[in-house]
Each structure stands twice: as structure tokens, then as C-alpha cells.
Design a protein around this ligand. Sequence first.
Ligand SMILES: NC(=O)c1ccc[n+]([C@@H]2O[C@H](COP(=O)([O-])OP(=O)(O)OC[C@H]3O[C@@H](n4cnc5c(N)ncnc54)[C@H](OP(=O)(O)O)[C@@H]3O)[C@@H](O)[C@H]2O)c1
Length: 281
Amino acid sequence: MNRPIVVITGASSGFGLLASAALAKEGYQVIATMRNIRNCDALLNAAREAKAEASIDIVPLDITDETSIKEAADYVIERYGSVDLLINNAGVAVGGFVEEIPSAEWERQFSTNVLGLIAVTRAFLPHMRKQRKGTIINMSSISGQIGFPGLAPYAASKHAVEGFSEALRLEMLPHNVYVCMIEPGSYKTDIWKKSRGQISLRADSPYAEQMQALNEQVDRIIEQAPSPDEVIERILQIARHPAPKLRYPVGRNMRTTLFLKHLLPWSWLEKLILRQLRLRS
Ligand SMILES: NC(=O)c1ccc[n+]([C@@H]2O[C@H](COP(=O)([O-])OP(=O)(O)OC[C@H]3O[C@@H](n4cnc5c(N)ncnc54)[C@H](OP(=O)(O)O)[C@@H]3O)[C@@H](O)[C@H]2O)c1
């Protein structure tokens, strides 16, 4: 019963689902949380395929709901006694052009990606601090390093995750708890489809042309996006690492973007981005 204990949010699909199955297969006890446990079939199938069903405990957790967070954290501590790895993976992507995105959508973006992530972290932090060990992986993004047009709410939320993680890492290092971030480029998961369906655009929008250009670009990115294997492999590497570092960029477009961001003056970079996205400056 000395298997390391992992808690992961947003395990119903995408990275969360695949990471849960992969970690369970590697011998971790995975508490795979999701806001609606009726959506657990895909995870159960993946776990069965990995012959790791017995190592996955599916627990309800809506990261925007304080009661749900408390109930999940209490359950985990009572049942398993500790948490060795917390993966703050759950997230949504709100897109559109800033002036047209309603306040409720900004709130949904921040209550999930930022305030939800912080609240889940705070629920487990006292236990990790007291046990003087543990790792927290916050799922950031290429959008935590650079703000692309049409994705301001998402970019702002991931930039907030970056600042939060930097500060928390320095607070927790003296307690032997390692906070780190994975910063993936674009990968094939449901997040694109889900966010595409919810983009706000007025019928008479002055941004209609820009949105169309962006949509075509996003279609191309989704089509060319690789499967999430690299991200899952990175999660496994961090889980095994006794002292992981702060940032783990993953993906070809991420490495190129970071390289250019550090190499080029910003005025060049913005021209390049607008040209690549086929938006006029
Ligand atoms: N895919 C990419 O290219 C990419 C790139 C960079 C970063 N990321 C980040 O990776 C993380 C996982 O995304 P993904 O690509 O795997 O997308 P995904 O398949 O849409 O997974 C997102 C997960 O978050 C869950 N979620 C959303 N709101 C929640 C809430 N309030 N409480 C609990 N769970 C909630 C979703 O649950 P439901 O099924 O109930 O909606 C789903 O399980 C996100 O933080 C995302 O920003 C993704």
C-alpha cells in the first residue's frame, strides 16, 4: 500500500484522462477527479486497456465549487492519508475578441483556470507542507507565455497561472514541495471543439473577417496538432523526478515560439504573428 498518491483534476477527457491511465499503469494510486462522474466511461475504458482499473479511484470534483473541493480533499486525506502529486489539469478555453466577450465568459474563464486551480491547490497544500514532500503540476500553456489574438481570456488566465506558480514555488521550496508547470503547444484534445462552440461573435461584428481568418488558422492547427503522448510522457517524467524544475515547455511550436520570443524584438514578433495568422496590422 506504499504506492504514491496522485490527485488529478479534469480526468474525464484529454490530458487528464490519458495521464490518469498512464500513471495508474506505472503503479501510482490515481484519484481521477471530474465534475460529472457520469462522464467516466472513456477513462474506465482507457484504464481497462492499461490493465490498471484497480489503481484508479474516480471522485467527483468541480473545481469552481468550494463545497465540492472540500468534500474531495477530505475524502482523499481520510482514505489515503496523503497526496504525493497534485495535477491541476482541468481547464476551459474562452475565445473571441475582447470587446465582444461577455463578462460571464470572462468569469467562467477565470473561475475555472485561475480561481479553481488556486482553490484546489489550497485544499491540498497544508497536507503537502506537513508531510514535507510532494509535487504540484499546474497545466499552463503556450498561452501562458504569449497572448494570441482571439484568445485573450485564455491567455490572461494562463499568464495568471504562471505568476501564481512562480510565487508558490518559492513559498513551498523551503517545505520540500515542488511546484512546476507544463506548457504545452497545441495538441489534439476536445478543448478546441468545446471552445470553438462557445465563441462569442455578434452578427454585425467588426471582427467577422478577423475571426474567419483565425478560425481557418485554428482549423489548420487542430488538423496538424500531434496526439497528446509527449505531454503524458512529460507528466510521467515529472512524477518520477525527486526535484522537478519550474517550467516544462512541450511541443515543437512551443519551442519555436519561445525561441523567437527571446530572440526577436517584440515589434518584429507581433508582425510575424499577425502575418502567420493572416491578420492585417
Ligand atoms: N489541448 C491543448 O492543445 C492544450 C494546450 C495547452 C494547454 N492545455 C491545457 O491542458 C488542460 C487540459 O485540457 P485538454 O486539452 O485535455 O482539454 P479537455 O479534453 O477539454 O479537458 C479539460 C478537462 O477539464 C475539465 N473541466 C472543465 N471545467 C471544469 C470544472 N469546473 N471542474 C472540473 N473539471 C473541469 C473538463 O471536464 P468536462 O468534460 O466536464 O468539460 C475536462 O475533463 C487545460 O488546462 C488546458 O488549458 C491544453
